[in-house]
Design a protein around this ligand. Sequence first.
Ligand SMILES: Cc1cc2nc3c(=O)[nH]c(=O)nc-3n(C[C@H](O)[C@H](O)[C@H](O)COP(=O)(O)OP(=O)(O)OC[C@H]3O[C@@H](n4cnc5c(N)ncnc54)[C@H](O)[C@@H]3O)c2cc1C
Length: 302
Amino acid sequence: MPSDFPYDVLIIGGSAAGLSAATTLGRARRRVLVLDAGQPCNRPAPHSHGFLTRDGMPPAQLTAVAREQLGTYPTVVLQAGIAVRAEAHASGYRVTTAEGATYAARKLLLATGLHDELPLIPGFAECWGRSVLHCPYCHGYEVHSQPLGVLGNGDAGFEFARLIHQWSPDVRLFTNGPTTLTAEQTALLTVHGIEVIEARITAIAHEAGQLHHVELAAGSRVPLRALFARVPFRQSSDLGARLGCELTETGLLRCDEFGRTTVPGVYAAGDNSSPLRQLMAAAASGMKAGAFINHDLIAADF
Ligand SMILES: Cc1cc2nc3c(=O)[nH]c(=O)nc-3n(C[C@H](O)[C@H](O)[C@H](O)COP(=O)(O)OP(=O)(O)OC[C@H]3O[C@@H](n4cnc5c(N)ncnc54)[C@H](O)[C@@H]3O)c2cc1C
């Protein structure tokens, strides 16, 4: 074992995916460093839902419990910091942080998440995670049967509106400009009582993040309990791309079902490599990547 590579695995990102991988690797007695900038994508949400046995827990509490439990494993080190550079070496990877520290490990796991690019509609950012919502499985139950909006257009808008209709019969689809729905899609939405509103949204009126109504360019107001919106995203970190990892058409890190990216020794887990943005899914992929990193280390050494 090269002495200048003190860690088996360096995990960049210490949220659901990274901490889950660290738990698996710590329990396999691997020397692990978790480097985390502390900016998970769900931080605006007051509560997270759907995580088995932790339904309704504030997101920060969920990771705090995981971090505390990781304290049981002496080979796992949690370190605050922002990784800004990663270089391949014959024995593994060397990572430099914005704070000027350098760490080296045999394997690198990117659990860096995604960054949501919120539209510049006044009020949108303030309501994000509170009453402007990305996912009905995470936050739909709390607003079921109430007046809901969906921001979207075309095929994606149609699919999203009919999904949200499962939670409430009172749904409006805001195309925020001329509709690109097909005539058949519009007819189907109408049959199910979903009004299509083409006027531009000029503002989201709210009180402390709780949506009150949306204001339209036409001058009218539509009262809503919540607005569902899927927004564009980008990788939170470009380290994977700079290491040469392939991205999918949708901008996710391409990896196999065990978390191996297209670059040997570099793995990915969580939102950065999965279309399913859920805490349980992120934790599961972190667990799986941890197990297969351990498997690959054993295969190299045994
Ligand atoms: C507003 C909102 C609410 C949500 N609510 C729910 C919910 O109720 N239930 C649910 O199941 N899911 C919910 N989700 C989805 C869930 O939050 C994500 O699926 C989950 O957080 C993904 O975990 P992750 O570890 O992949 O990434 P993240 O949780 O985003 O964490 C990535 C971590 O990596 C760190 N990082 C990134 N780059 C670097 C770097 N260069 N150096 C060091 N650290 C770095 C970040 O700072 C961050 O701490 C929500 C998402 C959003 C946006």
